[in-house]
Every structure is written in structure tokens, then in C-alpha cells.
Design a protein around this ligand. Structure first.
Ligand code: HEC
Length: 196
């Protein structure tokens, strides 16, 4: 009987290890994608990231208030910027995944937009949520491994004029777009910081 129990414990432990490792390797293969952006893997990753942001009430129907301030182009007239840490891609047991820094910017605009108006009704003025998430080392070494994404308030992705979904190494190597513009502050790890 004792032997049987030992065997049982060993089997359970071994299965847990397999599940854990399987969870890890799923997130690893995702990071191995080589495309610039906007491919299926980047879109899927953006969806996983969105799900975590909703869970943390950083976006979505129960979005928590932050402090709106006057922004500048190309982001909204009024902005809220939040810098925190989230884990993307853990398996169903909560193991694995990539825990890292996320900078999330809520972009508000439209007729009548002001700090006061946004404070009273965020949903009315929210146009986009632009996000930088620090991926695994080697994801995009030339650009400090940032994952770039532009969401609509419902979590779907904004597209550029060519219809490309804005998620991943957005416009890498081009002279316009997220990476090109933020490269102006490359020495500050691509962070502009609040400008006003
Ligand atoms: C033409 C230049 C430009 C482009 C293109 C641009 N940004 Fe920005 N971004 C800025 C500036 C300027 C700020 C600082 C705004 C402020 O807070 O006043 C900023 C701030 C941010 C921040 C907050 C972190 C920081 O750097 O302060 C995030 C996140 C962000 N941008 C994401 C994106 C994403 C994602 C894209 C592409 C979809 C993008 N940006 C495209 C200029 C740009």
C-alpha cells in the first residue's frame, strides 16, 4: 500500500511537471516568431495581453480611473499613462508566462474633450489604448524588446492605412510608426514620458 501511495505521488508530480513544462514551451514558441508585426502570433499575443489588462481593470468595462493630463500628437488630446507589471501567457494553472513591464496609454479625444470631461465620462472620449510591453530578451534586440500595440476600446486592434493590424514589432525598420518615432528617445529606452 505504501508503495502504491509513493507511485501515486510520483505520478501526480510527474504529470504536474509535464503540464508546467508544456505551458512554458507554448510561450517560448510564441516568442520565436520572426516576423515584424501584425502576423497571427502577434495578434494572438495582443489578445492575451488584452485579457490580462481587462482582468486588472486597466482597460475594459470596469476600467479604473487614473489621472488625465494634456497630451500631444500623435496620441490623444488628453491622456492617461499607467506603468505597471503583468504576466502574459501563463497556462491554465497559472504557471509560466512572461512577467514584465507594461506601459499603457489611454488616448482620449473628440468634440468637447477636456480633463474635466474625461474625468466625468471616460468611455465617451476613449479612442484608443496604446501599449508597450517588454517582451523576452531577443524578441527585438534592435529596439529594446518592446512589443507595440494599438487597441480600440473594445480590445480589437487598430489597423494602419494598409489594413495591417497594429501589434508586434510595429513598422520595424520603417521611417514612420511607433518604433521610428519612439526611437527619438532610444537612450531613454524608447520612453518619452509625460511631456506636459
Ligand atoms: C510621431 C511620434 C509617435 C508615434 C508614431 C507613436 N508615438 Fe507613442 N508617444 C509619443 C510621444 C510624444 C509620447 C509622450 C506623450 C505624452 O505622454 O505626453 C508617447 C507616449 C507613448 C507611450 C507611453 C510611454 C512613453 O513613451 O512615454 C506609449 C505606451 C506609446 N506612446 C505607445 C505607442 C504605440 C503603440 C505607437 C504605435 C501604434 C506609438 N506610440 C506611436 C510619440 C509617438
Amino acid at each position: 500500500m505504501i508503495e502504491f501511495k509513493k507511485l501515486l505521488v510520483a505520478t501526480v508530480a510527474a504529470s504536474a511537471a509535464v503540464i508546467f513544462v508544456a505551458g512554458l514551451s507554448i510561450s517560448d514558441t510564441r516568442s520565436a516568431e520572426g516576423k515584424q508585426c501584425c502576423d497571427d502570433a502577434s495578434v494572438k499575443y495582443a489578445q492575451d495581453l488584452w485579457a490580462i489588462l481587462v482582468k486588472r481593470d486597466l482597460v475594459g468595462p470596469d476600467m479604473e480611473a487614473d489621472t488625465p493630463y494634456k497630451g500631444q500628437a500623435p496620441h490623444g488630446a488628453i491622456l492617461e499613462t499607467i506603468d505597471t507589471t503583468v504576466t502574459v501567457g501563463s497556462n491554465f494553472l497559472g504557471f509560466g508566462g512572461h512577467k514584465s513591464e507594461v506601459i499603457l496609454k489611454r488616448n482620449y479625444g473628440g468634440d468637447g474633450v477636456s480633463i474635466d470631461a474625461v474625468s466625468k465620462d471616460r468611455a465617451k472620449f476613449l479612442k484608443a489604448i496604446t501599449v508597450m510591453f517588454k517582451r523576452e530578451k531577443g524578441y527585438d534586440p534592435e529596439n529594446n524588446d518592446w512589443f507595440w500595440v494599438k487597441y480600440k476600446p473594445d480590445g480589437s486592434l487598430h489597423t494602419n492605412p494598409k489594413g495591417m493590424k497594429l501589434a508586434g514589432r510595429v513598422m520595424k525598420g520603417k521611417d514612420k510608426g511607433c518604433i521610428a518615432c519612439h526611437a527619438a528617445v532610444k537612450e531613454k529606452d524608447y520612453r518619452f514620458g509625460k511631456q506636459n
